[in-house]
Design a binder for this molecule. Structure first.
Ligand code: MSP
Length: 557
């Protein structure tokens, strides 16, 4: 991971759907990373938003009997509401129907046309309507002419379109990949991309003409810009980056449709908006991390870097493609009724709490190359074993013993704490490496293992037995002081996963301003000092906490 400011993104979500586990999962991963990175002291910008154009949205709107803009407004508001409900710490929420985005899409696509990498041609091939994705004849045959995602038949297509000369970027992409062996994670997914690349690249359409819900192509407005080209640009339009592209004309907005029930802002106003974005955020490019699902990796790992290369912008530093949640061993699907929709997610949160939901998502999810099975019984087991019995219990027993044997105040340590100084430093180093690699399970484990060591220490030294003889008081105090210092450190390492509960823990263990470090927009200014063992001063009040209530197991379905 590079130093300096950090930039992480989620995909932008289609507004023809209501938020579900896929959306909240990807966003949770980014949120944990953003909070951890802020905690480490990097100013971090976390971007999410909604993808609002395209045939799918137009069709859903028609079926619902509303305008596409109306549907987009309603569902984008629902995405925002859910993101607030889930207390994500994103710094911006971009909508592709916003003039600040559309004007930059036109500028950048116009620039690609001027450079000759976008040209007018005829396309014949196969189209996956659900995914809004084109396939060549070879690929369609491999797929048995069916969508790899929905299983529905691909549709034969012949259109005059503008194309992006993707084929011209084959060699540059190959060279870029060999210079950046970690560009795509996990490695197996990168190998799949490289394998497909070796089969050869075909040019891809950048416009459509058979529907109108999109950004008009500059200079030929009967064409609208293909939704994927429009959507990928969000990662740079949120930063006002069209300003950095030499000769990109931030158009007069002449062809911008009226958006969000308001007339398009005047050209000068838009240009000023983009300029302001560019000034404050332009330095954030390239993004450190685009987190995406495996089914949209090709767009991010191949088409997007090639577009950026054409515009002489740097590709992102890394793309992490996670796999899918399945449920009770089966693919989730709306038709089977086993889909983890918003209502189901809200029911888990109501029962176990938001932090517990985040915990399960981030530590048990399909972050690597295999799908993960969501089972209510497993959720409960993990909650009980890790949050109730380990995190909650360790903090509460240390607090309770300090209440009982030390009048509720941090005791003095007259013993030798050197093993714990080393142990905490090692846990922090492991955690840091794991966060940098987006290995959230390992990052969580670093905090958990520290608490396991504290539990083992209590088990072995038995301060509750020693306390029976007042002569042992200095030893009891030392043991409990060492435990408390370690619990505070572990709490900080777990804070990006469990922000609310670990905030409570930090306050209970003497931290003055715990929440300021992990929330939106700010970052810790001295992580190295803050995470050090030994920061709780003697005499500090220590609370007896009850962080995670023990709950009955769910009834079998
Ligand atoms: N609009 C495009 C992305 C454009 S980015 C420039 C898109 N939108 S989406 O709404 O379909 O995104 C869904 C996200 O949810 C993807 O990251 C996808 O991988 C994720 N998931 C959808 N179902 C999922 C599971 N069952 N499990 C985990 N995540 C999955 O694609």
């Amino acid at each position: 991971m590079s130093a300096g400011r950090a930039f992480i993104t989620t995909p932008i979500y289609y507004v023809n759907d209501r938020p579900h586990i896929g959306h909240t999962y990807t966003t949770t991963l980014c949120d944990v990373w953003a909070r951890a990175t802020r905690l480490m002291g990097r100013e971090t910008f976390f971007l999410t938003g909604t993808d609002e154009h395209g045939q799918k949205v137009e069709k859903s709107a028609r079926e619902a009997g509303v305008s596409p803009q109306k549907l987009a407004d309603t569902n984008a508001a629902e995405f925002r509401r859910v993101m607030d409900m889930m207390e994500f710490s994103h710094d911006d929420f971009i909508r592709t129907t916003e003039p600040r985005h559309m004007t930059q899409v036109q500028a950048l696509v116009g620039k690609l046309a001027e450079l000759g990498v976008v040209y007018l041609g005829e396309f014949e091939g196969w189209y996956d309507e659900g995914q809004e994705e084109y396939h060549t004849e070879t690929r369609a045959r491999e797929l048995d002419y069916k969508s790899p995602v929905s299983g529905r038949p691909l549709v034969r297509f012949k259109e005059q379109n503008y194309y992006f000369r993707l084929s011209a970027f084959q060699q540059r992409l190959e060279e870029f990949y060999s210079r950046h062996p970690d560009f795509v994670q996990p490695e197996g997914r990168f190998n799949e991309v490289k394998g497909r690349l070796r089969e050869g690249l075909q040019d891809v359409p950048v416009t459509r003409t058979n529907f109108s819900w999109g950004i008009p192509f500059p200079g030929d407005p009967k064409h609208v810009i293909y939704v994927w080209i429009d959507a990928l640009i969000n990662y740079v339009s949120a930063l006002g980056l069209a300003k950095s592209v030499n000769g990109a004309q931030l158009g007069p907005g002449a062809h911008l449709p009226e958006v969000q029930d308001a007339p398009a802002p005047a050209a000068a106003e838009l240009a000023a908006q983009v300029q302001a974005l560019h000034q404050s955020r332009g330095v954030l490019w390239p993004a450190d991390l685009h987190v995406v699902g495996k089914e949209i990796l090709w767009f991010h790992a191949v088409i997007w870097p090639a577009m950026l290369m054409a515009l002489e912008l740097e590709p992102p530093r890394q793309i992490h493609a996670h796999s899918f949640w399945i449920r009770d061993g089966q693919k989730m699907s709306k038709s089977m009724g086993n889909f983890l929709d918003l209502a189901a997610i809200e029911a888990f949160i109501a029962r176990y709490g938001l932090d517990a939901w985040r915990w399960y998502m981030a530590t048990q999810g399909p972050l690597q190359a295999t799908d993960a099975d969501f089972r209510a019984a497993h959720f409960h087991e993990v909650y009980t074993a890790e949050l109730v019995n380990l995190v909650g219990n360790c903090a509460s027993r240390v607090g309770a013993m300090i209440a009982k044997y030390c009048d509720g105040r941090m005791p003095a340590d007259t013993g030798d704490a050197s093993q714990w100084v080393t142990r905490c430093a090692e846990a922090t180093a492991q955690w840091r490496r794991a966060i940098e690699a987006l290995d959230l399970t390992a990052a969580a484990r670093a905090g958990l293992d520290l608490l396991r060591a504290v539990d083992a220490f209590i088990h072995q030294t038995e301060p509750f037995k020693l306390a029976k003889d007042p002569a042992n008081s200095p030893q009891v105090h030392s043991i409990l002081a060492q435990c408390a210092q370690c619990v505070r450190v572990a709490g900080l390492l777990l804070a990006p996963f469990l922000p609310t509960k670990m905030d409570e823990l930090a306050r209970g263990f003497g931290e003055a301003t715990p929440s300021a470090v992990t929330g939106r927009g700010c970052c810790e200014d001295n992580f190295a000092a803050r995470i050090e063992y030994g920061r709780i001063a003697v005499g500090t009040p220590i609370a007896k906490l009850a962080l995670f209530p023990r709950l009955d197991a769910p009834k079998a379905a």
